[in-house]
Design a protein. Structure first.
Lengths: 156, 74
């Protein structure tokens, strides 16, 4: 009787160990894929913002954009970049998070990337030169599409 | 006699667990490894995060440097 119980306990222990290791593998794969996807889109987003910032700086240097509106725009780009760094920190935390913390972090990351997108859009508002503003708006529209893709991928 | 049997059974069970655990852990790791292979390795995800962070830091530092060297028109 006791031997039978021990055998059952052993089988259960075997199932628990195998299940735990396999589940860890699944969780690692899923989270790493989500993080890598967000981070890659985030990098594209940041490079687009960097290009827009350089355009504003160049515009100011050539007289296309006035100093004060350019400063407001660049300050907003700087603020959005800081939000991007915050999102990267959350991604690092997500890689090490347990199941309980994972969902909240994914939502926080998606929210931060959304704020980066809207911050980049608001940065263009002070630009007085219509041609430059419309060109940069096209770039930012691409960013917005990118962020929408990120959020779809991350929240899926 | 009953106690002696219980101890003997427990000892035998512990020895079985001791023998089986490393085998099971190795099997589990192999299965987990096969699953992970289809997705993204955590190290690759970490590298992607670092590249994202570097891109953000570049925008922030370049922008801040310009702000510091280009004061507002009064």
């Amino acid at each position: 009787m006791l031997s039978k119980r021990i055998t059952i306990a052993l089988v259960v222990a075997v199932m628990v160990v195998t299940g735990a290791v396999t589940a860890t593998g699944c969780a690692t794969r899923g989270t790493a894929t989500v993080v890598a996807t967000s981070a890659k889109y985030g990098e594209v987003l940041m490079k687009s913002i960097g290009a827009a910032q350089q355009a504003v700086i160049a515009g100011e240097a050539t007289g296309l954009v006035e100093r004060n509106p350019a400063r407001i725009a660049v300050q907003r780009f700087v603020d959005t970049a800081a939000l991007g760094e915050k999102a990267a920190d959350k991604m690092d935390r997500l890689l090490a998070a347990d199941a309980a913390g994972r969902a909240a972090l994914i939502i926080e990351i998606a929210s931060l990337l959304d704020q980066v997108s809207s911050g980049a859009l608001s940065a263009l508002v002070p630009i007085g030169n219509e041609q430059l503003r419309s060109q940069l708006t096209a770039l930012i529209a691409e960013i917005v599409r990118t962020v929408a893709t990120i959020n779809r991928e991350v929240l899926r | 006699v009953s106690n002696t049997n219980t101890i003997a059974n427990l000892t035998q069970a512990l020895m079985q667990i001791n023998t089986m655990l490393p085998v099971l852990m190795a099997l589990g790791k192999t299965v987990a490894g096969a699953i992970t292979k289809d997705g993204t390795a955590p190290a690759d995800a970490k590298q992607a995060v670092n590249q994202f962070r570097e891109a953000a830091q570049k925008v922030r530092s370049e922008g801040q440097e310009w702000l510091d060297t280009h004061p507002a028109d009064l």
